[in-house]
Design a protein around this ligand. Structure first.
Ligand SMILES: *[C@@H]1O[C@H](CO)[C@@H](O)[C@H](O)[C@H]1NC(C)=O
Ligand SMILES: *[C@@H]1O[C@H](CO)[C@@H](O)[C@H](O)[C@H]1NC(C)=O
Ligand SMILES: *[C@@H]1O[C@H](CO)[C@@H](O)[C@H](O)[C@H]1NC(C)=O
Ligand SMILES: *[C@@H]1O[C@H](CO)[C@@H](O)[C@H](O)[C@H]1NC(C)=O
Ligand SMILES: *[C@@H]1O[C@H](CO)[C@@H](O)[C@H](O)[C@H]1NC(C)=O
Ligand SMILES: *[C@@H]1O[C@H](CO)[C@@H](O)[C@H](O)[C@H]1NC(C)=O
Length: 189
């Protein structure tokens, strides 16, 4: 009469082990597959974007808010934000070591304002002229740097990090324009 009891106990134990393995596997999967951070541009204003008559100097005034949400324990070194037009880098901002708290969001308000020597090529210049007529420019903001995590031995595990944010921005010169402030947040990949 004892046998069914033992069998039931055995089947419970098996169910428990299968469940535990499932939960463990799922947790491991989340840790490995889940991104370390989420990056987005939550706001941006382009108030000056002009190609000099020489076509080799770009004048710009771009301000934007970069939103970084960190999930896991890690530190960030040699961080840099680069601005691109037509795949040409026109401005860079070194952020150095970025201190972020896990599970928190940090907003970085950045301004890139000035002039830069640029070689757009004839295709780039044509693209610029077309955008100049519509008033919308395609810009790209990149966040690059190094993410340092610690493995089970406590050793540094350094990985290169790179995010690209593709923006289509309307050039708004006047401060009281109604189109300003209509920015839709852009996810970076
Ligand atoms: C750049 O644009 C911002 C508005 O986004 C403005 O406050 C600032 O004065 C401009 N800077 C220059 C030098 O024009
Ligand atoms: C963009 O301009 C609007 C209106 O002037 C302002 O409220 C907003 O803070 C600006 N955003 C950034 C990132 O400069
Ligand atoms: C950055 O700008 C946002 C609004 O666009 C503001 O809430 C935040 O406090 C600013 N952060 C800093 C560090 O100035
Ligand atoms: C371009 O920017 C530099 C500073 O980076 C400034 O000294 C120079 O006057 C600017 N050139 C023009 C034509 O505004
Ligand atoms: C861009 O448009 C402005 C007028 O809005 C014009 O003065 C300027 O020459 C144009 N620039 C180019 C490179 O086409
Ligand atoms: C900005 O606002 C002022 C008054 O508030 C107005 O006189 C001016 O024409 C406006 N500029 C534009 C470009 O809308």
């Amino acid at each position: 009469m004892r046998e069914p009891k033992i069998r039931r106990l055995w089947s419970w134990t098996c169910s428990f082990l299968i469940l535990a393995a499932g939960v463990g596997g799922f947790t491991a999967l989340i840790v490995f597959v889940h991104p370390h951070e989420k990056v987005a541009i939550s706001d941006a204003n382009l108030t000056h974007f002009e190609l000099a008559a020489s076509q080799t100097t770009l004048f710009y005034n771009l301000s934007f808010t970069m939103k970084i949400h960190k999930y896991f324990h890690a530190s960030y070194r040699d961080m840099e934000v680069d601005c691109y037009y037509n795949n040409k880098n026109f401005d860079s901002r070194k952020l150095g070591d970025l201190k972020l708290k896990a599970w928190r969001t940090r907003l970085l308000n950045l301004t890139s304002n000035g002039n830069s020597t640029i070689d757009l090529g004839s295709n780039g210049v044509s693209a610029f002229k077309r955008s100049n007529e519509t008033g919308f420019f395609d810009l790209e903001i990149r966040l690059i740097g190094k993410r340092i995590t610690y493995d089970e031995n406590g050793d540094d595990d350094v990985k290169k990090l790179s995010y690209q944010c593709k923006l289509r921005l309307e050039l708004v010169k006047s401060h009281n324009s109604t189109t300003q402030g209509n920015f839709k947040p852009v996810k970076c990949h």
